[in-house]
Design a protein. Structure first.
Length: 525
């Protein structure tokens, strides 16, 4: 009967089939990213249709680059992306956790426990976890801890040797533009420059971009820059826009040219009189204007992108002015504006801005592949530091927090009378997959490590985790393996939500794309 109702272009999976199929798909995704978890995780090489290569260890990058079709698998990719945008880190963790929750739910389904019971149990466990996490989280008491958070996030991500420096740049950048605990990611621009070593990366209290001055006669370096930002052109008015003028003699033409030139000259005079010695112009600057500006020793840039104009304005505390009468109101300042040649490209630095509201993290590395991976690492570190600034609490890493949660959840489960108890226990077990995977990826005996960790936690050391620098079980908070609390709470709640959503589905209907009726090339091969 149903088959008569449903269009034949729709494929359908019902009940247990649908469920098993979705769970299997989610597990596949979890398995793919699993081996990248932690500092000893492996990298993946991704090659797209056009042969572009990405080598990465970053969960969300891997998932984004893979072309995934299965709907449940796509939902996994979605939560990883949400994790990335919400907290900037923990993408592998969230995918892994969701996969584990589903895998462990399967054993309950096998025991004929109804999905709604599992969903209820998982929800109870999730809420309890958030409560416990609040309780055991530690305050962010120092800059050092912030740095350690950035370093933990960057561990194993292709920036290993220089992560101390990068962490310090990240924290300084956040401190520079942060206000009342809130740091807007947009105010920290990441600029990549090929050539040199990673250790040459720096924080610019200002702005860097690939751009050269409008004219080579202009100074390439201005100290104590007074910066003017304008969004109107410094050009002769375009002839088409003018009302037609009749020119019948050479004198008239000369007179006309002279008046136009005078206009430009006056414009430049006003700019110079305002005190500006550097000009960023969103529109064009014509030859005549360039000549006068150069003559006055003004360094000028033309056709600067709007988004760059806005960032420069924030960095130098200037205003973008649209009217020549307002120029004096808008001047910003910087200690130095300088054009520098790097390889074949010209870059302009705006340095030493006072209280900049936007800064630039300038990343350097020898090749663009390394540069890209360093950028991803820095973005993770930055994400964690911004999150930590915002939510203000941290937890010990290396699986410490997961083991402690699992322990307390098992105690909590004992107080639950229904079959939900079993789901809470499976939830606890799922959390243990994090330290288990960290150990496994480092080639250690995972079963043994988890057993040891549980024992140490039973004895009351709640910060005990696996330190993969030393392969020892110790207080990971004290060893500086630290993560923002919010990364964990976000991962746990969205992994649970996704697992529950998939468990509730008992019917999957997929419309096939409409087939093109006639294939012109049929039979050609
Ligand atoms: P995610 O995408 O989930 O952030 P990562 O590959 O960044 O995945 O790994 C994060 C995990 O690695 C966290 O559980 C963190 O505690 C752990 N970790 C980071 N540094 C260390 C370390 N030195 N020793 C042990 N575990 C670590
Ligand atoms: Mg990470």
């Amino acid at each position: 009967m149903a088959d008569d109702v449903i269009n034949s272009n729709v494929s359908r999976a019902i009940g247990r089939d649908a469920q098993r199929n979705n769970i299997a798909a989610a597990k596949v995704i979890a398995d793919i990213v699993k081996t990248t978890l932690g500092p000893k995780g492996m990298d993946k090489m991704l090659v797209d249709n056009s042969g572009n290569i990405t080598v990465t260890n970053d969960g969300v990058t891997i998932l984004e680059e893979m072309e995934i079709d299965h709907p449940a698998a796509k939902m996994m990719v979605e939560i990883a992306k949400t994790q990335e945008t919400e907290v900037g880190d923990g993408t592998t963790t969230v995918a892994l956790l969701a996969g584990k929750l589903l895998e462990n739910a399967e054993t309950l389904l096998d025991r004929r426990i109804h999905p709604t019971v599992i969903v209820k149990g998982y929800n109870l466990a999730m809420e309890k976890s958030l409560e416990i996490l609040e309780e055991i989280a530690l305050p962010l008491s120092s800059r050092e801890i912030m740095k350690q958070i950035a370093m933990t996030a960057m561990t194993g991500k292709g920036a290993e040797s220089d992560k101390e420096l990068l962490a310090s740049l990240i924290v300084s950048a956040s401190e520079e533009v942060g206000f009342g605990g809130f740091v807007d990611k947009e105010d920290i621009k990441i600029e990549k420059m090929k050539g040199e070593k990673i250790s040459q990366s720096e924080l610019i209290k200002g702005f860097v971009f690939e751009k050269e001055r409008a004219n080579i006669e202009m100074p390439s370096k201005v100290v104590e820059a007074r910066i003017l930002l304008i969004d109107f052109p410094i050009e002769l008015k375009s002839p088409e826009a003018e009302t037609k003028i009749e020119i019948s003699s050479p004198e008239q033409l000369e007179g006309f040219m002279a008046s136009e030139e005078r206009y430009i000259k006056e414009l430049v005079e006003e700019i110079v009189n305002s005190g500006a010695n550097v000009v960023f112009c969103q529109k064009g600057i014509d030859d005549v204007a360039q000549y006068y500006l150069a003559k006055e020793g003004v360094m000028a840039f033309r056709r600067v992108q709007k988004s760059d104009m806005e960032k420069i304005a924030k960095a130098v505390s200037g205003k973008i002015v649209s009217n020549i009468r307002d120029i004096e109101l808008g001047l910003g300042s910087a200690e130095l504006v300088e054009e520098v040649k790097v390889g074949d490209n010209s870059y302009t630095y705006v340095r030493g801005c006072k209280n900049p509201r936007a800064v630039t993290l300038l990343l350097r590395a020898g090749s663009s592949h390394v540069l890209d991976e360093v950028e991803r690492a820095v973005k993770d570190g930055l994400g964690d530091v911004i999150t930590a600034f915002r939510y203000g609490k941290a937890v010990p890493g290396g699986g410490a927090v997961e083991i402690e949660l699992a322990k307390r959840l098992r105690t909590f489960a004992k107080g639950i009378s229904g079959r939900e108890q079993l789901a809470v226990e499976e939830f606890a077990k799922s959390l243990e997959s994090i330290p288990e995977t960290l150990a496994e990826n480092a080639g250690l005996d995972a079963v043994d490590i988890v057993a040891q960790l549980k024992k140490v936690h039973e004895s009351g050391v709640s910060n005990a985790g696996l330190n993969l620098f030393t392969d020892k079980i110790e207080d990971t908070f004290a060893s500086g393996i630290i993560e923002p609390l919010k990364v964990k709470t976000q991962a746990i709640s969205s992994a649970t939500e996704l697992a529950n959503m998939i468990l509730r589905i008992d019917d999957v209907l997929i419309s096939k794309p409409k087939q093109i009726k006639e294939n012109k090339f049929e039979g050609l091969d």
